[in-house]
Unconditional design. Sequence first.
Length: 370
Amino acid sequence: MHYEIIRQPFMFIETITLLYRYVNGLSFSSLWNHNHEPRNSPRENDIRERLLLLQRIMDEVCEGMDREDTKLQYFFASHESTPSVESSCLARYLVSAFLEYKNPGFEQTIADILESRERMHAQGGWLKQSKGIGLEWTTAPDCPGDLFAQICALTNLSAEFRLQLYGALHQFPETLQELADLMRPVSLRLEDAFSRSGLCLGDMAEYWLHSQMPPIEFLADTLGQRAVEYAGDCTRLAIGLMNANMIYHGMANDPYHPRPYNYMYIGCCISSYSLVAKNDDALDKASTVLRGLSERKRLEVLRRLSKRSCYGLELAEIMSMDRGNLSRLLSVLHSQGFLIQEKENQRVYYRANREALQKFFDQLMSDIFD
């Protein structure tokens, strides 16, 4: 396997992630909980210092910005009720299917996105939910219809976000230009901060090339052989900074989206310890949720609230439950994202979040079988 190392940050992608984190109030310290390095190891200390440095960079670059700005909210607010490093925003969904990780430069990436979109349309195909975050382009035969039908088929997304996404994709060049104009001055400040920080992407890439498990083997060991089923002989290896705890990948010989090389975009705080542990942690969390759902009363409440919304006292009477016990039950289901709260005439109504439940079980299937 031949590896080509990209030693510059992909500024367009870094800026999207920076603004996503800033607008949604996500600190880099929260990522430390996802790392499981051997305690007090050099690698652990290195990652801790790196996260602190990234936080300082974000604070510096975003100083004086208004996270409530209408345009920032439009492109970068999380489309989920509870933001996390795994959730996403309109900006990322808009460009994710057309990113090919060719050129690190901001302006070059915009040109590559436009060229990639035109080429893909000329070849035929359609948009679907990717296995990671965002959308992917595919020539698979089961296209649900035109662009509107393709977006409607993304049932893991809220109806409001799907409508927003359709509007953005329907006027793609204009929307991309608006996004680029918003990001450009931020990207320049971020690039300057990176250059002064002393972060060396080459050293981080070398870590993977000289680790006990080469990157492609690591990907297969972590995510399963299906992740590298269509791997070619050449892999472009890039390191993400603001994407500190994420990994993106694509294989050269994918029959529905062929490319001249594999690519791997690895977060700067991922190691052969942390990512495997993160997957194990996902199963631990799923196990906790399943234990909670195994209680009959909680399932009865979800079934009741899937038919119509109710306020607390009304639901307590229908279910013949003590109000205190019901309140605790609702609190648990809401904290897990399975209930939606809506205030009306001084009353808080609850309804089942079907999309969140579907997403949880889809992710569980993926964690177990992929």
